[in-house]
Design a protein around this ligand. Structure first.
Ligand code: FCB
Length: 442
């Protein structure tokens, strides 16, 4: 498998999933603190209060990144750590200092920082004020982007505005599986609109504050395969693609919302988001890259007219998330996106697999299935590049086992095993394999 010499090799994490220290140094509450405290929402009542104690152990974690030969590290900034209510216009010094020393620590180790602004820990007061379905949230997100890009912009060139607008809107406001736990499709569509709008409003602000900024957004995309050749399955697969992928990609690349999906949502009786003049221009702001998080494909079976299409999980090998492992679908996704949208660069901002494998008696973590997952997905990346896809980077999810949202600590995605009792880190075999894979290609 060959990759360009300057390919960006990295690993990713997010703030709420690893930091812990939720009450320290003036951090305000986030919607995930609230959601975790609500009985029945998160597996066994787990929460991010301690997580991987990265807030205190960040140096050890950066040493691991360096030991693994990572060229880049994608992390996210906890909004309530720097703007405790979300309404402030000035950042809280302790919060700014934490990310500043993290960035310095990366640079000292020769690792390029990639900052994500919104990876889901919304300040609770902004949620109380109306959350993402509320248009008034957008200027507050822009303030957050402004504060952070001013603070770190002299050292951080790479910025991701939002992580996974589909998950934020649909799991947060339609299925209620994620914070803030709302079940209302109208609100989910409004949330998605304001996430994309706030992205569009924030990009120029980041560019103003950061010389030579590289700015983009990360979508979780899922290539859609009909379960059979039947008309009903093909229509359902097309609709799944519209709901999951095109609803976000189209407006980001200047095509407004997809017509077929507008008609579908209207037929279903959902209220479409309120669109103001200029919204689509904002959403289609020029970006430098598209971040893609990829985990698994969707195999779609249509039901009778009017029902939601059902996603099957394939018959092949599966991870602990019950997600099918099928590398070639990543190659198809990349070539499709490249064919259909004028992305300048594409970066895999997350890709990985959950397997529970822990240390053996000899202390080694022999997670061969994770290694196989990486191998086949990197193969997909290499062939997409051969086919002309401008793929320039790959971040493994995740550096550490961590708080996997509604699944709590039950699902382990890490390159590094974390013993949550002792906080001991153990580098897994898959991480050593990834280290060697990268070293051979740099
Ligand atoms: C993605 C999230 C990330 C992690 C992985 C498994 O949807 O961005 O935080 O939970 O899934």
């Amino acid at each position: 498998m060959s990759f360009p010499k300057d390919f960006i090799w990295g690993a990713a994490t997010s703030s709420y999933q690893i930091e812990g220290a939720v009450n320290r140094d003036g951090r305000g509450p986030s919607i995930w603190d609230t959601f975790c405290a609500t009985p029945g929402k998160v597996y066994k009542g787990h929460d991010g209060a301690r997580a991987c104690e990265h807030y205190d152990r960040w140096e050890e974690d950066l040493d691991i990144l360096q030991e693994l030969g990572m060229k880049a590290y994608r992390f996210s900034i906890a909004w309530p750590r720097v703007l405790p209510t979300g309404f402030e216009k000035q950042g809280l010094q302790a919060g700014l200092d934490f990310y500043s020393k993290l960035v310095d620590g990366l640079l000292e180790r020769g690792i390029t920082p990639w900052a994500t602004l919104y990876h889901w820990d919304l300040p609770q007061p902004l949620d109380d004020a109306g959350s993402w379905p509320w248009r008034g949230i957008c200027p507050h997100f822009v303030d957050f982007a402004d504060v952070m890009s001013r603070s770190l912009g002299d050292r951080v060139a790479n910025w991701i505005t939002h992580n996974e607008p589909w998950v934020v809107s649909m799991l947060g406001y339609k299925s209620g599986e994620h914070a803030p736990g709302i079940k209302d499709m109208d609100k989910a569509l409004a949330a998605a609109h304001h996430i994309l709008l706030s992205h569009g409003m924030a990009v120029p602000v980041i560019r103003d504050n950061v010389k030579d900024a590289k700015v983009g957004i990360t979508l979780n995309l899922c290539p859609s395969y009909p379960a059979s050749n039947s008309e009903i399955d093909r229509v359902a697969a097309e609709r799944f693609d519209g709901h999951f992928n095109r609803w976000f990609l189209d407006p980001l690349y200047g095509r407004d919302y997809p017509r077929d999906m507008i008609e579908h949502y209207e037929r279903e009786g959902f209220a479409l988001p309120e669109i103001h003049e200029g919204d689509f221009e904002h959403m289609a702001v020029d970006t430098d890259f598209l971040g893609i998080n990829f985990y698994s494909r969707g195999i779609i079976r249509g039901e009778e007219e009017g029902n939601d299409p059902q996603t099957l999980h394939g018959t092949g090998v599966k991870t602990d998330m019950d997600w099918e492992v099928y590398g070639p679908s990543l190659r198809r996704l990349l070539t499709d996106v490249h064919r259909d949208y004028p992305t300048k660069e594409i970066i895999i901002t997350e890709n990985g697999a959950a397997y529970a494998t822990g240390p053996d008696e000899d202390g080694r973590v022999k997670d061969t299935r994770r290694r196989a997952y990486f191998e086949q997905h990197l193969e997909a990346c290499a062939s997409a590049i051969d086919e002309g896809v401008p793929l320039t980077g790959y971040f493994a999810w995740s550096l550490l086992d961590n708080f996997e949202w509604a699944f709590g600590y039950a699902k382990r995605f890490g390159l590094v095993h974390v013993d949550y009792e002792t906080q001991k880190r153990t580098i897994k075999d898959s991480a050593y394999w990834y280290r060697d894979f990268v070293a051979e290609r740099s």
